[in-house]
Design a protein around this ligand. Sequence first.
Ligand code: ADP
Length: 250
Amino acid sequence: MPTEIKTLARNWNRILTKFSETREQQRQLANDLAHELRTPLSMIYGFLQRTQQRSDNLNRFQKESLDMAVEEAERMIELLQNWLELTRSQENAMPLPMEIVSLNKLLKEMAQMTQKFEQRLILLEIPSSEICIEVEPNQLMQALNHLLENAMQYSNPSQPIKIKLTVVDNMAVVEVIDRGCGISISEQARIFDPFYRVDTSRARETGGAGLGLSLVKRSVEKMGGKISVRSELGQGSTFILKFPIVGGHR
Ligand code: ADP
């Protein structure tokens, strides 16, 4: 190999090593910051809540400011918790305690619960034959719950949400379908990145920090599944989960 190429390859390797070291340092710094901020923030939240409970002698403006401060503190705590959860799941190589789960049953329960507590119409389309997959049920429920919450948040309350279960090429396919605002093709590639929000003002109103989908992706992949999205602006979005089925399709 000519010396120039060898030098170039060596320099390239050096740059890549430096780059990954810097990324690791940044990640560590963000992690340490989240840990450091959590305790004082929880204390501030506690003080604010106690003041809020004894706010009878405050005027309307003071009460409103206090309510806002409590809300913002809540949002910050949730953000830090999600961030720590995300980094923990990145570091934690421990396998999850997996169980064989009937998707028909789990989806039926989730649809009933969501319909009851969120007062939103949930249409369920599942086959009569039982479809089983191997997952950690709580993690799967959390992931589905987040997809359902997003579907409800980013669509009109009068629109139903559909949950559909099918089998394609020995994979169980769960789709969460909404007829909401949709996501453009260019944004679709980024929504699974931590802290990515399509429209910061819209997401801020709905309270999200842009960490939810990255957590969902990580936990789905950890359980051997895949997540993808199909969406059209103004038409709605479909989030698709795929898991290998267990024991064949009966
Ligand atoms: P957030 O907590 O902000 O909702 P997520 O990680 O769950 O964060 O989602 C990232 C972004 O993807 C959201 O800010 C939103 O803009 C977009 N998004 C997620 N789900 C939907 C959906 N069903 N319809 C339209 N946009 C969505």
